[in-house]
Design a protein around this ligand. Structure first.
Ligand SMILES: Nc1ncnc2c1ncn2[C@@H]1O[C@H](COP(=O)(O)OP(=O)(O)OP(=O)(O)O)[C@@H](O)[C@H]1O
Length: 255
């Protein structure tokens, strides 16, 4: 595997003087091509700040980020990005929202019809493509947002708590779909979550981040077979990873 994202001394301070907030870093970390890495850390430790800096949507105070061998100096277009609140526009159908991502990049949606159909099927939305966002459940909206984030086949996906607002059952179902999509297409995924179990279930590595200013406390390789179904999740090995991670947060007094 080769390095896709390189963080070198990345630091973010908001504001200046007495009101300055040291939000993140310094952090050095490499993210390999095709891996699924979760950023796991307490509220306010700078996870979203880091995602925005990787996407080139927020300036870096100190240090440097390299994405696919190019220094990030402004908004990146060859990435898929998704937040807790989706960015579906209300006046377009599911299909229209997905096509919008292509149109914005100058790609003719007609040339990608088969890909869009396949994506919609993979998240079980094929029968809802002509519905508007308000006609969908929260889970279906996030599934549509996944299609939006993936339709231009980005090598890198930045997913910032995409399942955060969903109920436990929907969350579990979408995790399954996300895992099988990742297994099929192998984009590099950077995934922010507060859930220890979710991070361990989905990731090849989990980066455990300290309370603000966020620094990498430990990077844990998750050596469990994919797909990580109920059997894997109830294995002693899975439980051992959960305990190891809980222990770190307990030592910080976070849980
Ligand atoms: N635009 C901003 N101006 C000033 N401070 C900010 C700004 N954005 C974030 N911060 C501060 O930076 C710190 C990190 O915020 P960030 O949203 O990155 O944390 P997070 O780990 O994603 O939190 P959560 O898990 O609750 O979403 C917080 O203390 C926050 O108040």
């Amino acid at each position: 595997m080769s390095t896709l994202i390189d963080l070198a001394g990345v630091t973010k301070v908001f504001g200046s003087g007495a009101g300055a907030v040291h939000a993140f870093g310094p952090v050095d970390m490499t993210i390999e091509d095709g891996e699924f890495i979760s950023l796991l850390g307490p509220s306010g430790c700078g996870k979203s700040t880091l995602m925005l800096m990787i996407a080139g949507l927020l300036s870096i105070t100190k240090g440097e980020i390299t994405l696919a061998d190019r220094k990030v100096t402004g908004p990146q277009t060859d990435i898929g990005i998704m937040f807790q609140d989706n960015t579906l526009v209300p006046w377009r159908t599911v299909r229209g929202n997905i096509d919008l991502q292509l149109e914005m990049r100058g790609i003719d949606p007609a040339s990608r019809e088969d890909d869009v159909e396949e994506l919609l099927r993979s998240v079980h939305l094929q029968d809802f493509q002509e519905r508007f966002p308000h006609e969908l459940s929260g889970g279906m909206q996030q599934r549509a947002a996944f299609c939006q984030a993936m339709v231009h086949k980005p090598k890198t996906m930045l997913l910032d708590e995409p399942l955060g607002k969903l109920d436990a059952m929907t969350r579990e179902n979408i995790r399954k779909d996300l895992q099988s999509l990742w297994m099929q297409k192998r984009p590099t995924v950077v995934f922010v979550t507060h859930s220890i179990e979710e991070a361990i279930q989905l990731s090849t590595r989990v980066a455990v981040i300290t309370p603000r200013p966020g620094r990498i406390e430990r990077i844990i390789d998750i050596d469990l077979p994919f797909p990580r179904d109920f059997d894997v999740k109830s294995s002693p090995e899975f439980t051992a990873y959960v305990r190891e991670t809980q222990e770190i947060f307990r030592n910080y007094g976070v849980i």
